[in-house]
Design a protein around this ligand. Sequence first.
Ligand code: SF4
Length: 408
Amino acid sequence: MGPMRAAQLFLAALGNNPAVQRIRVRLHGSLGATGRGHATDRALARVLPAHLFNPETDIEWLPETPDLPHPNTLDLMAFDSDGAIRLDQRYVSVGGGLVERIRSDGSRERDCPAAPARPVYLVSSAAEILDICAAQKLRWSDVQLANESLSQEEVFRRLGIIWKTMRECIERGLTAEGQLPGPLGVRRRAPEAYRRMKSDAQQGPLSDPLELRLHAYALAVNEENAAGGVVVTAPTNGAAGVLPAAFAASQDIHRLTNEQIARGLLTASLIAGLIKLHASLSGAEMGCQGEVGSASAMAAGGLVEMFGGTPKQVEMAAEIALEHHLGMTCDPVGGLVQIPCIERNVMGAVKAVHAASLALGSAGDHKISLDQAIIAMRDIGRDMHARYKETAQGGLAKVAVDVSRVKC
Ligand code: SF4
């Protein structure tokens, strides 16, 4: 999503320039290492005009570039017929589809979607949100709703579209049989999990109805993602299955209304904002704790909000879910978002539900706050070796290569 957005901004800056004959892209760092497996080349080709850009010949894959401003850095360059550069811009993809342009003096220009000039509640921590909720008898979703520049009706309408897109993705994934693209030969398992979920006879041991639903739904979304289907970035594409699975499974079993879902989404987005502000949602910066861990925290807090929990219980659920993903590496085998990513989303959804359940079963008092867990994640992410941060050079990615060599 990030490189796609960068390409859109680059084209907008380029304007209608008839002298431009060719566009080339340099993908650095993690983008250079795992961009093929993450379909970055295809994403760029969807935006950049085919007569100016050929993904086969106009991308340089540069995983080893030193001194980058961010592990996900890309340069876009437009050339005229003499090979002279007409426009050269550098972007960083900071997670969740957001990008920033690096100016020539090294400062960053944010690609900020329309935001209210002055938010009603200027919050930068979960502690502040809890104070506001306590003082004004509000819920997490009320705080987020108040800060939206659109009317409540319009916000709910748009959240309805997002929720419909998430559910449609689940529906497609549940019935799509076959093998995922790429050399790993990974078979789609969501249809099988769906059949098990529906059939009493096939369920067997350890078959809690909610958990079977979580398994099937998370597999469905992440298999769609791995196949290049339409998913909702929540907070990233690799972690797109956690929240829809947790919310949809809960909605089906507990008959939650779409307004409850909308309030869960508002809460989840507030939690993601806190993580993004103090740490990062990007696997290239934080490892998978920043992607699936963040998604699980968002889903856990959102679930508690949907079930009418207190603000303190929302905070507690998000903290529990994040805490138990701390240290989780990003080591996608072959650079593809398949192993361990697909099952990892299942586990993130399961943890989210259990974190929400633990929080709903308590008064919301706990020792480590969500703010502290986010800072812990940030520090762990900074200390984590680059080989475990979306470069496919360590962990499972390395073992898988080593094992295949041994077998040869
Ligand atoms: S391991 Fe996690 S962070 Fe890395 S690509 Fe997979 S889902 Fe994303």
